[in-house]
Ligand binder design. Structure first.
Ligand code: PMT
Length: 415
């Protein structure tokens, strides 16, 4: 995760979304970045500096001409401090000033003085956003290598539906992460599966599991940040689609299988984090099954083993599977890796607190097909994802052979 130990300077300007700066700071701190904040005069009409100071653990800067720091030229020291400057929310006014090269307050002066990347996150009424003056200003700044995030669609503060909302907090933090991340996955096409599958037995009921999709989505976001083209095939989840990834929504294991096999041709790395149901009801009743006296037996049949099929067609792709175990973690995971021709398997023990389903964290062991085991203690799923991708990268660099090809000529095929 590129934001760890990085110094972020957050510029907050005077729009209603200024209150979201508080959540943004919390996200940066959670990612172990250090944060300093500059608030414009108008931003202080919306949020108290004390709130942002408490959350960042650093002074909030508001004034060009403070008498508090006699030995510091504040706009230069803040410009030098920042590994990245993020303006969120950015009003039409501040975008206009930056485009014109004006420096009439601390934030605009610091941005003129910095050599670090600047990420601008506009948030405003959709008519303002569509105004030719604002569009022109944004285009000028993009030409000068400023980074921009498109605002989102939704209900705006003025109660109209339109484009202009500040992007999701985690997306802004991800974008900053991506800007600072080395693009060591450029040229890779990473196919990730995530979430549960749903196996229906009548029009209103299905069998599923507790997967939230968080682990798979973290992998997709992390691979995207590292420069890969990402295809995310997801079962039903409550998560936002990550920006900048190709997204394919599926429901059942059969649909997931078809989506994976049709995307396999162009994939160079396949990561199967989804919790696929091993069985599905043999028949699906067209009508809702009515309750009657006594029990109800539902006959199940095996679903295709998607990763085993990918393993047979693997070629030169790197194949990563997951193992969700409640006992004999290493033995069971090793057996799965060997039987299904995987290069890596990520074993999570679902009985451990903070591991497996639903949580933002995981505790895993990453096993490779040469017998290596890397222990990842309790950490955020984004960090786990980064560690998994580091191992994939290592295999790519070292050209680690995988064992037991079912068809050696297929394994030599290079995409
Ligand atoms: O989604 P979260 O709430 O964040 O939780 C994350 C997770 C626990 C779901 C994830 O970390 C995880 O362990 N995913 C794999 C769960 C699983 O299905 O494990 P398994 O041991 O049953 O399957 C082994 C491998 O075979 C997996 O890569 C699985 O995707 C794949 N598989 C399984 C069955 C099947 N029919 N086809 C498959 O491809």
């Amino acid at each position: 995760m590129a934001l760890k130990d990085k110094r972020i300077l957050l510029g907050v300007t005077g729009g209603i979304a200024a209150y979201k700066a508080a959540e943004l700071i919390r996200d940066f701190v959670r990612r172990q970045a250090s944060v300093k904040v500059i608030m414009t005069k108008n931003a202080r009409e919306f949020v108290m500096p004390l709130t942002l100071q408490t959350l960042s653990g650093n002074p909030v800067y508001t004034d060009m001409f403070s008498l508090d720091r006699p030995n510091e030229i504040i706009h230069i020291s803040l410009a030098d401090y920042a590994d990245i400057i993020i303006v969120a929310p950015a009003t039409a006014n501040v975008i206009g000033k930056l485009a014109a090269g004006l420096a009439d307050d601390l934030l605009t002066t610091v941005i003129l003085a910095t050599k670090s990347p600047v990420l601008i996150c506009p948030a405003m009424n959709s008519n303002m956003l569509d105004n030719p003056a604002v569009k022109e200003n944004i285009a000028r700044l993009v030409k000068r290598d400023f980074h921009f995030m498109d605002p989102e669609w939704g209900e705006l503060a003025c109660k109209v539906e339109g484009r202009g909302r500040l992007p999701e907090i985690s997306e802004i933090a991800d974008e900053a992460d991506a800007i600072l991340t080395v693009k060591d996955f450029a040229g890779e096409r990473v196919l990730v599966t995530a979430g549960p599958t749903r196996e229906p037995f009548d029009p209103v009921r299905y069998i599923t599991n507790y997967s939230s999709g968080k682990m798979g989505y973290a992998l997709a976001r992390c691979a995207r940040n590292r420069g890969a083209k990402v295809v995310l095939i997801s079962g039903p989840t409550a998560l936002e689609k990550p920006r900048g990834v190709e997204f394919i929504a599926v429901s059942s294991a059969l649909q997931m299988r078809d989506a994976v096999m049709s995307e396999l041709e162009t994939a160079t790395v396949v990561i199967k984090a989804a919790a696929v149901a091993d069985y599905r009801p043999s028949t699906i009743s067209e009508k809702k099954i009515k309750k009657k006296a006594g029990g109800l037996a539902i006959e199940l049949q095996r679903n295709p083993d998607i990763i085993a099929e990918v393993g047979r067609e693997k070629g030169s792709r790197i194949l990563v599977g997951f193992a969700m175990e409640s006992h004999d973690l290493i033995e069971n995971a090793t057996e799965k890796m060997q039987q299904k021709n995987m290069d890596l398997i990520v074993a999570n023990d679902v009985t451990q607190a903070g591991a497996g389903f639903q949580t933002d964290t995981n505790i895993v062991k990453i096993l490779d097909c040469k017998g290596g085991i890397e222990d990842c203690p309790l950490m955020d799923k984004m960090m786990v994802a980064d560690r998994i991708l580091d191992k994939v990268r290592q295999i790519r660099m070292e050209g680690m052979p995988s064992r037991g090809p079912s068809n050696p000529s297929k394994r030599m095929r290079r995409k």
